[in-house]
Design a protein around this ligand. Structure first.
Ligand SMILES: [Zn+2]
Length: 355
């Protein structure tokens, strides 16, 4: 059985019955560059290659991780040595770190959790895979950084896949924060999960008294901090990306956290509309990047923004040196262009499929 047939089969709904080794054999589709099965001939269509060339040019030498998305349209670009999500999860957690005065990283090599400090408590963005990671990476990492996890007042989750919500159970039990997803992904999680894995925590149930169902354009506020919500569908139908300010010293910069990068919907029947919404979202976002001078572009996966490597650099460089998270609005625009062009190339290749 092929991966996507397997994921759509009723058996995967009850993940507790499944053998974990089976999943490792199939690899993880969520948040990974898994895509439709494009042939070599389709990949070589001039129009496909034209968009992949545009992606390569936009990536330059500084944004190469985003070019992983090109592997979907042209499988010959796939790196045979890249680690699977499971292999990355098994690596020792990197040290937690401070990216800005009000933005901290607590995550693994695979998936990130960001903590935004405010005048009235802490907002977490995402909750990693499961309770174990929530306790030993998020909670422990925050304490190591001098942050008090009892101050976690809310958790905003970028989309309804378990590598972002899996640790909510632990955090809710310990600290009782409100939990916010897009309305679309709340609905997806309460009806039919797109993906599930035995090593993910269970999908949360919405507490109607305090958990928000976010819409495009909503603003989340806590104390002196506001986060603007942008619906950026594609990765899931309700993926949200977040715009907020980060501070270093007296400087305030605009930051953008992208909520879902990979094309994880390769063989789904609605793949064309999904990738079209991704193409539209990245186009809109790159224009906003220039309009709002968004100099900081981060991800919920280290494989794209290289947050772990940037934090390691901050630890060894002089305080007067430039913060590597500040890439500039042009680079933010280029990163979104890589995503946009890879998605366009993929769509063209898919359209050429006689199915
Ligand atoms: Zn995902």
């Amino acid at each position: 059985m092929k991966l996507f047939d397997f994921l759509r089969s009723p058996a995967h709904e009850d993940s507790s019955k499944l053998d974990r080794r089976k999943f490792i054999g199939y690899g993880c589709a969520c948040c990974f560059s898994a895509g439709g099965f494009i042939t070599k001939a389709q990949a070589q269509i001039p129009e496909v290659q034209k968009h992949l060339t545009a992606a390569r040019i936009a990536a330059g030498t500084d944004l190469l991780p985003y070019l992983k998305l090109a592997e979907v349209a042209d499988r010959s670009l796939r790196d045979p040595n890249s680690l699977t999500p499971q292999q990355m999860m098994a690596l020792p957690a990197p040290p937690p770190g401070k990216a800005f005065d009000n933005l901290y990283f607590v995550g693994s090599k695979w998936v990130s959790c960001w903590a935004i400090t405010t005048s009235e408590g802490i907002i977490l963005i995402d909750a990693m895979d499961n309770d174990d990671e929530a306790e030993n990476i998020i909670d422990k990492g925050m304490r190591e950084l001098g942050l008090d996890p009892t101050q976690i007042k809310m958790i905003v989750v970028t989309h309804g896949h378990g590598d972002h919500y899996g640790g909510l159970g632990y955090l809710k039990r310990r600290y009782g924060p409100s939990i916010h997803f897009s309305e679309i992904d709340w609905k997806m999680m309460s009806t039919q999960l797109e993906f599930d894995r035995p090593y993910w925590g269970r999908a949360p149930q919405r507490d109607m008294t305090k958990d928000l169902a976010l819409q495009h354009g909503d603003v989340i506020r806590l104390g002196d901090t506001k986060i603007e919500v942008m619906l950026t569908p594609g990765h899931t139908l309700g993926t949200i990306s977040l715009l907020f300010d980060v501070r270093q010293g007296r400087q305030t910069l605009r930051a953008f956290l992208w909520g879902g990068t990979a094309f994880n919907f390769g063989m789904r029947p609605e793949r064309m509309s999904r990738i079209q919404s991704y193409i539209d979202a990245t186009d809109k976002a790159r224009r906003i990047a220039l309009e709002q001078n968004i100099e900081v572009f981060i991800s919920n996966h280290n494989g794209y923004d290289e947050a772990v490597e940037k934090l390691a650099k901050i630890r060894t460089q002089m305080p007067t040196e430039k913060n590597p998270f500040v890439i500039g609005a042009q680079a933010t625009h280029r990163a979104l262009t890589v995503m946009h062009e890879c998605a366009t190339a993929t769509q063209i290749a898919w359209k050429s499929t006689k199915t």
